[in-house]
Design a protein around this ligand. Structure first.
Ligand SMILES: Cc1ncc(COP(=O)(O)O)c(C=O)c1O
Length: 400
């Protein structure tokens, strides 16, 4: 009898782990490594939010809470959906978990049966397909390349839907590409979904507030109210409020789904940290002006990185709408040999040689389901970004 569960064997080991380990190994040898793989803002949590956490401890708000969130936070989330998205939700339609990750996981675990399919546009956030597999479902990935701006088209969505489709799971602005869907693009996808009433929509709006230029964020239940009764709108405080370590995510959707998610959470982690929940109340109801200030910094870095990467031989880097990632195409580098003698057979070989020869750590595209690309997170200093881009350029110039 095997000791480890069969469920676990369905999940791949993290493809990024080998790169992370390699970077750590080189650093330990004293090499100067620039990491461009972090999935979190490099800003501190704003002082008023951190203070709300300290206050919660001082006031003894340190006990178990309601499983899926204190009423004060649920009310703050309802107010947020009204303010930012024009959506009306009651507290009973809101679930709070330990990060957006747990909320997504709960929703999939609470709804998937063997044979159920989940449509996931690729490139995707690394966790989606594995979460679907853990929940016993079947991920159906749809390749969305640079020619459509890494966005799924209505025709592609229509073609991917079968009688077994349970969810369409998507993310805008996207990790890893930064691509966002405009209101018109969402409307066109909604038209397809309206023709298939058995398909539910899980929208991961984690990067809602990290958008640039003329891009205007909208979310499916807002764009097509008829979808609201089968949409789970997932969001969280990690990215916009620089609170990745506090672990608070949330979602709003039909009450029967929210109740099922709470039932699951009640038998796993119970409530997310009481202290973090109070800090999240302050995040959602307190001043929001620092978001624009942080975005101005991210937009400047995005422009720096996009311009520098487009200057590298063999690389094409589209301009993203949001988040803090770029996802350049490296078709022009594949099949070549690096200055250090490595055969660049695919994007993993590119990233490995770049790390070994120039000390720049990026995540290769295969990890996100679309190649040949790599992901750069520009949530780091301008100086580190400029130096990293200069090294990438030198690496590309050395390819023969
Ligand atoms: C697209 C996307 N969704 C969800 C999450 C999870 O965020 P959280 O820190 O709230 O669990 C992340 C974090 O990297 C993400 O990039």
């Amino acid at each position: 009898m095997p000791f480890l569960s069969e469920t676990l064997s369905r999940v791949k080991p993290s493809p990024t782990m080998a790169m992370t380990n390699k970077a750590a190994e080189l650093r330990a040898q004293g090499r100067d490594i620039i990491g461009l793989s972090a999935g979190e803002p490099d800003f501190d949590t704003p002082a008023n939010i951190a203070e709300a956490g300290r206050r919660a401890i001082a006031e003894g708000r340190t006990r178990y809470t309601a499983v899926d969130g204190i009423p004060e936070l649920k009310r703050a989330i309802c107010a947020k959906f009204k303010r930012d998205n024009g959506l009306n939700y009651a507290p009973g339609e809101v679930s709070v978990g330990t990060g957006g990750k747990q909320v997504l996981y709960n929703a999939l675990m609470a709804t998937l049966n063997p044979g159920d399919e989940v449509i996931i546009p690729a490139p995707y956030w690394v966790s989606y397909p594995d979460m679907v597999l853990l929940a016993g479902g079947t991920p159906v990935t749809v390749a969305c390349g640079i020619e459509t701006g890494f966005r799924i088209t209505p025709d592609q969505l229509e073609a991917a839907i079968t009688p077994s489709t349970k969810w369409f799971l998507f993310n805008s602005p996207s990790n890893p590409t930064g691509a966002g869907y405009s209101q018109d693009e969402l409307k066109a996808l909604a038209q397809v979904l309206l023709r298939h009433p058995h398909v539910w929509v899980m929208t991961d709006d984690m990067y809602e507030h990290l958008t640039f230029g003329d891009f205007r964020f909208t979310t499916p239940a807002q764009v097509e109210p008829a979808l609201k009764e089968r949409t789970l709108t997932v969001n969280g405080v990690s990215k916009a409020y620089a609170m990745t370590g506090w672990r608070i995510g949330y979602a709003a959707g039909p009450e029967k789904l929210i109740r099922a998610m709470a039932k699951l959470q009640s038998q796993s982690t119970s409530n997310p940290s009481s202290i973090s929940q109070w800090a999240a109340v302050e995040a959602l109801t307190g001043p929001q002006d620092f978001i624009a200030a942080n975005n101005a910094v991210f937009e400047r870095r995005r422009d720096l990185v996009v311009a520098a990467l487009n200057d590298c031989a063999g690389i094409t880097c589209p301009v993203p709408d949001g988040a803090f990632y770029v996802y350049p195409d490296i078709s022009g580098c594949i099949g070549k040999t690096s200055a250090g003698g490595a055969a660049i057979t695919d994007d993993e070989a590119f990233a490995t040689a770049l790390l070994e020869e120039e000390g720049v750590a990026v995540v290769f595209g295969a990890a996100f389901g679309l190649s040949p690309n790599f992901r750069v997170s520009y949530a780091t200093s301008d100086a580190a970004l400029s130096e990293a881009c200069a090294r990438i350029r030198r690496f590309c110039e050395g390819l023969r």
